[in-house]
Design a protein. Structure first.
Length: 127
């Protein structure tokens, strides 16, 4: 299993430990993968379900956060779809930047920000 696959599985397993949350995912086939996304996840709550495209960016620092934000904003403009960031760990300053710019994320340390009609989750300060 590739590092990115393990990272995705860890993030989704952590998310599914939350009450009343179920997650399905579908990675893109190698012929479908482009630079915008790695696959689709669907999050189910008692209220409704929502689909996200996801992108895996294993290491994000305070220096690279601005690039990630610009990338996500451009993706939303061009593709008009929700995109969630999957990553290893986000520091508190990076979390602040992402939330301020409404970039949704799930990290392997169980820092989570999802803000949509199906679910609102904000968990931070985890290491």
């Amino acid at each position: 299993m590739k590092h990115e696959d393990k990272l995705l599985q860890q993030c989704l397993d952590n998310l599914q430990t939350l009450p009343n949350i179920k997650v399905d995912y579908k990675p893109l086939l190698p012929t479908q993968i482009n630079t915008d996304k790695n696959g689709i996840i669907q999050i189910h709550s008692p209220l409704k379900s929502i689909k996200y495209s996801y992108t895996i960016q294993p290491d994000i620092t305070a220096k690279t956060a601005d690039l990630v934000i610009a990338y996500f904003q451009l993706h939303k403009q061009k593709q008009n779809e929700e995109l969630v960031l999957i990553t290893n760990y986000l520091s508190e300053p990076v979390i602040e930047k992402l939330i301020k710019n409404q970039i949704e994320f799930i990290d392997a340390a169980v820092n989570v920000y999802l803000n949509n009609p199906a679910v609102y989750i904000l968990i931070r300060g985890q290491r």
